[in-house]
Design a protein around this ligand. Sequence first.
Ligand code: Z5A
Length: 212
Amino acid sequence: MTKQGKFITLEGVEGVGKTSNLAFVAARLRAAGVTVVETREPGGTALGEALRALLLGHKHDGMAEDAELLLMFAARAEHLARVIRPALERGDWVLCDRFTEATYAYQGGGRGVERQRIEALENWVQGDLRPDLTILLDLSVEQGLARAGQRSAPDRFEKEHAAFFHAVRNDYLRQAEARPDQFRIIDAEPTLARVQASIAVVLDDFLGSARQ
Ligand code: Z5A
């Protein structure tokens, strides 16, 4: 594949504000003349959305950890083949609400799946494709869960205990520390307007270097 466009992902624990900020990011990129494909994981295709319903719904509470991991990557393989790679090849930019960094954080950090197993699937399904920029919205677990709780009934992940989400958050922060070229951490605690002002600085910087 010849990758022409840029691949940007938004990450963070539940309720941190990814959905609230996705449209803002897309609008800022479009204002800069970029064609943007907005999508999400798990999901983004008909098969991916069907797998999302299985993964987030309560019909399969207690599914095996390996089954959960493989379903995430099954959805991702379809997403890459049908949406992400074609868009990047056209020169469009892809803006995705969660990607493999969420697998490391939730299945790795949260569930305790060995990192090497996730890495093996990442290499198999993605080849050398990785996000160019990952915006990590960071917020305390307590505040994130409180925000998410106000919004909707808990899905299968949101029913986990606080210790699970602390492990998820810590894994995200470790990933960001290990890959400073890819990750930008945004403090998600202030008002939405202030969070978006911080995101705008990151995006303008990224747009500047993408054009050089
Ligand atoms: N998952 C996984 O385990 N492995 C994987 O590989 C992948 C995913 C890809 C679905 O993700 C689940 O899949 C997820 C991890 C797992 N676990 N869960 N649950 P999701 O992204 O669709 O679900 P989510 O994390 O719960 O995201 P969300 O529900 O869409 O939350 P959010 O997008 O981060 O937050 P929000 O909806 O934009 O905001 C929440 C509320 O806070 C809402 O009322 C906002 O108005 C409010 N808000 C937002 N920002 C602010 C600020 N700054 N101040 C005050 N209030 C705010």
